[in-house]
Design a protein around this ligand. Structure first.
Ligand code: HEC
Length: 129
């Protein structure tokens, strides 16, 4: 019986961890807004026809091809990269911009915390469509 209890406890703990992981993966847009405001807003706008400031306007970024905001002068690295932005490609770039895309002119150290990254991407999805 004691053994069974231990097995059950481990099972419950594993389940609890996997739901936490699932939640982190889905991302919390409200928390993501804070990440955007503190780490991205100085250089990016999100709304339709928003200005390209230091960085390009990000309206419609999901499923947009990289380096294609009208009227913005991208680095050659970004133009050549030619990928479609989605959860995976955004996470890769925002985790480590220069490592992911050598030669990008986005001066940003990257977001290492997976939960912050997921929250930010959840917010970007909502705020750029
Ligand atoms: C210091 C200014 C700066 C900050 C801070 C910054 N960016 Fe950028 N961002 C840029 C620049 C400049 C580019 C263009 C890069 C290039 O051409 O290589 C860019 C490009 C991008 C792109 C590609 C856009 C496209 O049209 O393909 C995305 C997505 C992006 N940034 C998201 C973010 C997010 C999200 C954050 C916050 C975590 C952030 N950036 C923080 C300046 C910045």
């Amino acid at each position: 019986m004691k053994r069974l209890n231990t097995v059950l406890a481990v099972l419950v703990a594993t389940l609890a961890m996997s739901t936490t992981a699932a939640r982190a993966q889905a991302g919390d847009a409200t928390k993501g807004e804070r990440v955007f405001v503190t780490q991205c807003k100085a250089c990016h706008t999100l709304e339709r026809d928003g200005a390209s400031v230091a960085g390009p306007n990000l309206y419609g970024i999901m499923a947009r091809r990289s380096g294609t905001a009208r009227g913005y002068g991208y680095s050659e690295a970004m133009r050549r990269f030619a990928i479609e932005w989605n959860d995976q490609t955004l996470a890769g770039y925002l985790r480590d911009p220069k490592g992911d895309m050598p030669g990008t002119k986005m001066v940003f150290a990257g977001i290492r915390r997976p939960d912050q990254l997921a929250d930010l991407i959840a917010y970007l999805k909502e705020a750029t469509r």
